[in-house]
Design a protein around this ligand. Structure first.
Ligand code: C2E
Ligand code: CA
Ligand code: CA
Ligand code: CA
Length: 285
């Protein structure tokens, strides 16, 4: 018994060591990766639930690591936050995404409302003093209207946020940048608290969408989402739903009054030209 347990322990231990080594290796490789251009961005469309037209896209960063292949953000964003690289990396993501949105807008100048771009902000970027000036600088250099940009901040990053933390977001919101509350519903925030946040969009977490796999969905799940949507709308907030994987989910979320949606049902995150094709298909009916 001892040896079996011992073996298992050693195995688990070795795996933990391997993870620690990988983590250490990734952490030390991060700064050079930015210089070497190993990061790239995939874009996932956001669509209007009413008519399925493309509203915009969310930028999702990836790392093409020379040994490990493509790494997802969950594997390196925490490390980048820990080391502070998230600030230059986040600035790079913002600039690339804003440039890409400008390209889409130029190609689609006659095909409906301008495509918008959503970019994730880490809590570390929120507290960085250059956030507002860097954002203004990028928008001006590229020539993208502030109203075409949406910055996504997680609900948990803003729980208990004081005025110092909210000030830069307020400044950006006053300029016309949309602020979205990401992963909404996972952070146990006080709903009344929403009124003091400079947000204009709620992004309902995927966990709510998952409750709508069945048609009809669980009545309690339906009630909860219905309640959130009506509260959001009464506060003049738009509601985006994440993680829509089936037509049944899309239809129920549309009936509940959600405004826009994102998920594999519409498209997985992909290269920028894919979004161009989707938007073109959409524009020509
Ligand atoms: P998020 O902001 O909640 O992004 C949505 C995640 O859900 C993405 O994972 C996306 O690929 C995935 N997703 C989209 N549709 C579906 C679906 O229908 N089903 C399922 N199961 N998943 C779906 P991804 O790309 O791995 O990103 C993970 C997280 O990493 C993001 O969560 C975001 O918090 C963070 N992240 C990504 N890019 C950046 C960035 O540039 N900066 C920062 N600070 N964080 C980023
Ligand atoms: Ca997001
Ligand atoms: Ca999210
Ligand atoms: Ca999430």
């Amino acid at each position: 018994a001892k040896s079996a347990g011992g073996n298992r322990y050693e195995l688990a231990d070795a795996e933990a060591d391997a993870r620690a080594i990988t983590r250490h290796g990734l952490t030390t490789a991060l700064p050079a990766a930015l210089d070497r251009g190993e990061f790239f961005i995939e874009y996932q469309p956001l669509v209007h639930l009413g008519d399925g037209s493309v509203h915009g896209a969310e930028a999702l960063v990836r790392w093409l690591h020379p040994q490990h292949g493509v790494l997802g953000p969950d594997q390196f964003i925490p490390l980048a936050e820990h080391t502070g690289l998230i600030v230059p990396l986040g600035r790079w993501v913002l600039e690339q995404s804003v440039r890409q949105a400008k390209v889409w807008q130029e190609r689609h100048s006659d095909a409906g409302p301008p495509v918008r771009i959503n970019v994730n902000l880490s809590p570390c970027q929120l507290t960085h003093p250059g956030l507002v000036s860097d954002t203004v600088d990028i928008l001006e250099r590229v020539g993208l209207p502030p109203s075409s940009l949406c910055l996504e901040v997680t609900e948990s990053a803003l729980i208990g946020a004081d005025d110092d933390l909210l000030k830069p977001l307020r400044r950006l919101a006053e300029m016309g940048v949309d602020i979205a509350l990401d992963d909404f519903g996972t952070g146990y925030s006080n709903l009344a608290n929403l009124r003091r946040l400079p947000v204009s969009i709620l992004k309902l977490d995927r966990s709510f969408t998952q409750g709508m796999q069945q048609f009809p969905a669980d009545p309690v799940d339906l009630k909860i989402v219905e309640g959130i949507v009506s509260l959001a709308h009464s506060l003049d907030l738009a509601v985006t739903v994440e993680g829509v994987e089936t037509g049944a989910q899309a239809e129920q979320l549309r009936l509940l009054g959600c405004d826009t949606a994102q998920g594999w049902y519409y498209a997985r995150p992909g290269p920028p030209d894919r979004l161009h094709e989707l938007a073109l298909v959409d524009a020509t009916g």
